[in-house]
Design a protein around this ligand. Structure first.
Ligand code: ADP
Ligand code: GLC
Length: 509
């Protein structure tokens, strides 16, 4: 397809600012799009802790007063560029007194581990300022691609306040849901800050959600097209409140405009044959190096070398979504398994306390590291035999795909992207790449782990299973094709004037 001008608007991008998978996805998708000839710009808040990779340059592209309620807030824009010109990131700085981004952390205050109380305003400002920055950027683009609730106002502003801006006149908007568990719900005061009259606050308005304002809903209503990060999640979120978290009705209303595009993984960054973080390297034909990685991980975790039990790895945000309450419930059964656990994660105090206690009571069996450590994440993927993801819901999930590529067998709950990527291994036909349970119960999870350990004991069969997983290709090419098609479709709608406007969506939702 013809080369397009694409702008991604997101709150995370690896390695500049990362909390979870959103960062990996924005970075890798943008990189793949550059590779296929598109002109790509990523817009990101300029957080104090932003990590600019070595060699990148920074240059100011402008300053502006961003409309903010009855007044304005000052912004500065800087373009960060990779030395080889392969990536460009427009950083949105807030130079006002409240320092929306010039503070530690991304969403949470690291001191309290709680979200900042003004997160709604911070990211509303990001979305409004991003468009202001783009109008002064001096390039025209074809697609605005907004990610998650932090950028959800972008499609709305593009069709309202900024509709007459020449830069956005012919622009298509796409909104991607990475996680419906975080919607950005606040009281109606936020509407006037966003520049809309309270007259627009009534049931069925895009701006009203059970007496409050829901950022995600605004994005879902105003985007030309909507996507989410796996085909199964695209169905789940429309089917019931269990996954739709209250927005299932809005999504069903737009069902013809919702697409599920499975995330890819970055095959260069996650490659056991040349991963710089590993003690030894291996590939599908030569698995010996994996033994050395396992040995190194056991040693680093303080485990005795005997008994040489398989290692079950976990790398995750420690939040309810990830299903750790099943591990809490199954504590006794898990401790009785001939297996060891290595957990890397940061998150809710409840899980910190739980995993810390296990690690101190049973140091020969449980190891818990509570930092954000990319290198350790790679060493756990390589050194583990199994990788456990008992998620309550999982829009896509990246770690099961990293695991498959590293010959580490995933044990997952069949939801969202986990259901789309992991298939139960059948010891008879020898098809499948992991172990899967359906009901969200501790018993089902323990049974899946037992099935996995039984196959692990048969080394021939286990190698076969590992190789099944390692043969799969989750590279970004397929996903990027999906996005190309999505953009094309959205642009066609724009060409035919079929885009949401304040009038067309007014009382339909
Ligand atoms: P989510 O986006 O819901 O957190 P994903 O599976 O999509 O889940 O992505 C999680 C990403 O974050 C993976 O790249 C994983 O390795 C990484 N990650 C999570 N916690 C940590 C941590 N403590 N240290 C290093 N990487 C982590
Ligand atoms: C979200 C989801 C995760 C997904 C990631 C990237 O954080 O929780 O499942 O892989 O976004 O799309």
């Amino acid at each position: 397809m013809a080369a397009l001008g694409i702008v991604h608007l997101a709150s995370e991008m690896s390695p500049l600012a990362k909390v979870g998978g959103l960062a990996d996805v924005v970075a890798a998708l943008a990189r793949e799009q550059v590779r296929r000839g598109h002109r790509v710009l990523v817009v990101l808040p300029y957080y104090r802790d932003l990590q600019l990779p070595q060699g990148w340059t920074l240059s100011e592209t402008g300053r502006a007063k961003v409309p903010w309620g009855i007044g304005a807030e000052p912004a500065r824009f800087q373009l960060a560029e990779a030395p080889d010109g392969s990536m460009r990131v427009l950083l949105v700085e807030h130079t006002g007194e409240r320092k929306f981004f010039d503070r530690p952390g991304i969403y949470d205050d690291p001191a309290t581990r709680q979200g900042y109380p003004d997160n709604a305003e911070r990211f509303l400002f990001f979305s409004r300022a991003a468009l202001v920055g783009l109008t002064g950027f001096g390039e025209t683009f074809d697609v605005l691609h907004a990610h998650d609730q932090q950028a959800a106002w972008v499609p709305c502003f593009a069709r309202t306040h900024e509709a007459d801006e020449p830069a956005f006149e012919r622009i298509a908007t796409v909104f991607t849901i990475h996680n419906l568990g975080y919607q950005g719900i606040v009281d109606p005061w936020v509407l006037s800050v966003a520049g809309f009259s309270r007259e627009l606050f009534f049931p069925q308005s895009p701006f009203e959600y059970w007496g409050r304002v829901n950022f995600m809903k605004v994005g879902l209503v105003f985007a030309d097209l909507i996507s989410t990060v796996s085909p199964t999640y695209a169905l789940e979120i429309q089917a019931s409140g269990e996954y739709g978290y209250g927005l299932e009705g809005v999504l069903r209303r737009r069902t013809g405009d919702v697409r599920g595009i499975l995330n890819g993984i970055d095959n260069d960054e996650w490659d056991p044959a040349k991963d710089v973080n590993l003690d030894a390297h291996y590939d599908r034909e030569h698995l010996d190096g994996k033994r050395a990685c396992a040995h190194a991980l056991a040693l680093a975790s303080g485990f005795p070398m005997d008994p040489d039990w398989p290692i079950i790895g976990i790398v995750s945000r420690l939040v309810e979504q990830k299903g750790f309450e099943l591990i809490e419930e199954a504590e006794r059964e898990l401790c009785e398994l001939p297996a060891r656990f290595v957990i890397l994660g940061v998150g809710q105090p409840r899980y910190h306390e739980f995993f810390s206690r296990l690690a101190s009571e049973r140091p020969w069996q449980w190891h818990f590291a509570t930092t954000h450590d990319e290198a350790l994440a790679h060493r756990i993927e390589a050194g583990s035999d199994l990788f456990l993801m008992p998620s309550r819901y999982e829009p896509c999930g990246l770690n099961q795909m990293y695991s498959l590529r590293y010959g580490t067998v995933p044990v997952v709950r069949a939801t969202g992207g986990l259901a789309d990527t992991v298939r139960e291994f059948d010891p008879i036909t020898r098809a499948g790449n992991g172990f899967v349970f359906h009901a969200f119960t501790a018993d089902e999870m323990v049974m899946a782990l037992r099935r996995a350990l039984a196959v692990h004991a048969e080394s021939e069969l286990w190698r076969l299973l590992q190789r099944n997983g390692m043969a799969l290709d989750f590279s970004w090419k397929v996903a990027a094709d999906g996005y190309d098609r999505l953009y094309e479709e959205a642009m066609e709608r724009v060409a035919h004037g079929r885009v949401p406007t304040l009038d067309s969506v007014r009382d339909n939702f």
